[in-house]
Design a protein around this ligand. Structure first.
Ligand SMILES: [Fe+2]
Length: 346
């Protein structure tokens, strides 16, 4: 008898969890989704507010940096309140998958509108917007025909000209991880060392700081994410006039594969208590209106081909994105960090 009871107990608990007052759509149920996010953009709140207005599902947002969020989810384990993890880098989402912090989702809408290379093949994470890691250059001095590939920037003609943030930042780690995936570690190390040899100054600051440094004439080419240039072009701060006036954009090619892109994306947490709401939010984030807000509000490339890109981005030229599956950015992240160390790019 005791045995029967102990066997039944877990089912009883399951039954309690599925009792009618917890069913989605029931007026007694509090409709919420808890989002852990590393995205640092004002436009996101607007998108969440529109989602709440449309669905009645309230979005509780916890913001922290990527590593903090993953550590926190790990420490919370099965008690984690996180339903949806959002980050501004596929490498971190891939790492969350490897650490078993996410769960696979099959969703025909998400699979139909998000290109396959921008989502996890197992459905643990989905890309919502793209950003390209491009070259910003000084139009006063640079001929962009000399900047056709990432490798071009390692040529001696750029000695003392290159601006970039530190290798501690995941945007650079993901770029190098993509190079490792395509060309192998030896080529990736040659590239990183070549950039170090051409630096205008010690790597420091944000992507925006590199753009402002071009305006000041500190260097003539910067490696930056596309949306920072779009935002600079939209910015009306007179202190940024100089940078705005002189910057042009080149889309470098990576070994014949196109320009390195990364994503902002999201995945349903392994222990999500509001899974249906998390999926509803994911689906909303690829809707026309949310994609348009990502594009206009944050100068990101929509993952949906049928949503227009912002005017500022369109003016830069045409992006041909690398179609490497971005789970590779997690696969090669640790190796990229090691190669940066070896190259002297700190
Ligand atoms: Fe960023």
């Amino acid at each position: 008898m005791r045995n029967t009871l102990s066997l039944l107990a877990p089912f009883a608990m399951l039954a309690a969890c599925n009792s009618p007052q917890f069913h989605s759509g029931d007026p007694l149920r509090e409709q919420v989704v808890n989002v852990y996010s590393h995205r640092h953009y004002e436009s996101d709140q607007q998108i969440f507010d529109a989602f709440t207005k449309k669905t009645g599902i309230h979005v509780n947002l916890v913001m922290a940096d990527d590593d903090e969020i993953l550590t926190r989810m790990q420490q919370e384990g099965a008690n984690s309140p996180c339903d949806l993890l959002m980050t501004a880098d596929a490498g971190r989402l891939g790492l969350a998958k490897v650490r078993d912090l996410l769960q696979p989702i099959r969703d025909s809408l998400l699979e139909a509108v998000i290109p396959a290379h921008l989502r996890d093949p197992d459905g643990n994470w989905f890309g919502l917007t793209m950003r390209a890691r491009v070259f910003a250059y000084d139009k006063r001095t640079v001929d962009p025909s000399h900047l056709r590939t990432y490798a071009d920037l390692t040529k001696p003609e750029w000695k003392g000209q290159v601006l970039v943030r530190t290798s501690e930042h995941v945007y650079n780690q993901s770029l190098l991880a993509a190079m490792i995936a395509h060309e192998g570690p030896d080529s990736a190390l040659v590239w990183a060392s070549g950039i170090v040899a051409n630096l205008a100054r010690e790597p420091k600051g944000s992507d925006t700081d590199q753009l402002l440094a071009i305006g000041e004439g500190i260097g003539s080419v910067a490696i930056v994410n596309s949306y920072y240039i779009g935002k600079l072009m939209k910015n009306t701060d007179p202190a940024r006039d100089q940078a705005r006036a002189v910057i042009g954009v080149a889309f470098p090619d990576l070994d014949g594969h196109g320009t390195h892109v990364n994503i902002s994306g999201a995945g349903v947490a392994r222990y999500a208590k509001h899974k249906a709401e998390a999926i509803a939010l994911l689906e909303y984030l690829v809707s026309d209106s949310a994609q348009a807000l990502f594009a206009e509000g944050n100068e990101e490339y929509p993952v949906r081909a049928d949503v227009p890109i912002a005017r500022e981005l369109a003016a830069f030229g045409t992006l041909t994105p690398d179609t490497l599956n971005l789970q590779a950015l997690a696969t090669y992240n640790a190796e990229a960090v090691k190669l940066f160390d070896a190259s002297g790019w700190h």
